[in-house]
Ligand binder design. Sequence first.
Ligand code: TYD
Ligand code: MG
Length: 450
Amino acid sequence: MAKSKTVFYCKECGYESSKWMGQCPGCKQWDTFIEEPIVKKITYSNAGMKYTEPQLLSKVTTTQEERINTGIGEFDRVLGGGIVIGSLVLVGGDPGIGKSTLLLQMCRELSAKGHKLLYISGEESLKQIKMRAERLGKFEGELLLLSETNLDRIEDTIQKLSPEIVIIDSIQTMFKEDIGAAPGSVSQVRETTGTLMRIGKGLGISIFIVGHVTKEGVVAGPRVLEHMVDTVLYFEGDNSASYRILRAVKNRFGSTNEIGVFEMRNEGLAEVSNPSEYMLQGKPEGEPGSVVAASLEGTRTILVEVQALICQTNFNMPKRTAAGTDYNRVNLLMAVIEKRLGVHMSGMDAYINVAGGMRIYEPALDLAIVLAILSSYKNKELDSKTLCFGEVGLTGEVRAVNMPEQRVIEAAKLGYETCILPQVNKETIKNPKIKLIGIRNIREILSLLK
Ligand code: TYD
Ligand code: MG
């Protein structure tokens, strides 16, 4: 019997190999290889573009690329100022995070402005989409819906209708018949995306592709196609918290430093234009162990509350947890406090929490963690109109962080009166609106607790 022809793919990054491997040489993940039938090579006609002669850079004329505003400010910001015509955008995220909701809301806004849209779902029936649309509120314009997973038929439909914007929900349900692998497999996900790219670039249609992030199973993750698309957006958030962050990971038409903040409500996603206020809701006043930090998410400052609870341990090994920040960093900072300030930390249980469900791994949070730990340990509070930021090094020195001025401005905007920050950063800020306390070493902060 002839041996069937198969090949192994890493379902995380799409690395191809003729034999199974335990660790992927591409992305260094373990146990990610899956076997798939070999796909006959499909050649694309240069993504629908005509052959052209090389040109001199100085002779190339630039025109402002045409963009369509989605009508959702936070979404436009992440896209770099609206949808670029003919672009291919991947919206990735965990299942149930709100990708379909976000795109349907975009469709509602755009259809009201008279744009021609086609929403293709391979996951839900038309009835289900209608039910979701009803939750979101009134649709003023018209939206074309299609429940289909066969990409050849989808291609025909797109060519017949020539819409301006197409939504594919999700890429893992789409398949091409001439590829022998199951929908969601690495070769299907790649080939269907390749086909969509050709259609989009050829006809000047903007296409949004939804991709589920998959932790296990045989479904290929969105990372496999990150390099093929123009823009990669990830929708993140905690299932327990209602806020959602839309982050650009790659953007050929804008900055990747932008984030959009949303809140999942009963009637869909609402934009959160002032995330700091939202994150500080319910912050206790005058309690030891609670400190506000000015942190940066992309280019936006978000004020968050860091909480610490320090108590005597009853075990040989003290218990420590860090919710919303780096556990190892917390351990390191506690060691620095022990060594540099002589405060007995090794016999203490420590629970650190970034309130509001945000996850922040920025070193600028260090000073707030140290202050919160000391505040809880000494049972002394930090003034409730004071906040801080700064990186703490191993000798207890407080190091500079980026964009200090922006952090101070945000603090002033929300009514804070004092900011504790690295001395080096303080010197760069001219005419601050609030009082600045510059410090060089964590030894100087003990006197700030009352
Ligand atoms: P969905 O957009 O289906 O997620 P995805 O497409 O990323 O898998 O969002 C599903 C979740 O959002 C679901 O758990 C219910 C919740 N949700 C609301 O809370 N309010 C709403 O108005 C809608 C439409 C969904
Ligand atoms: Mg969905």
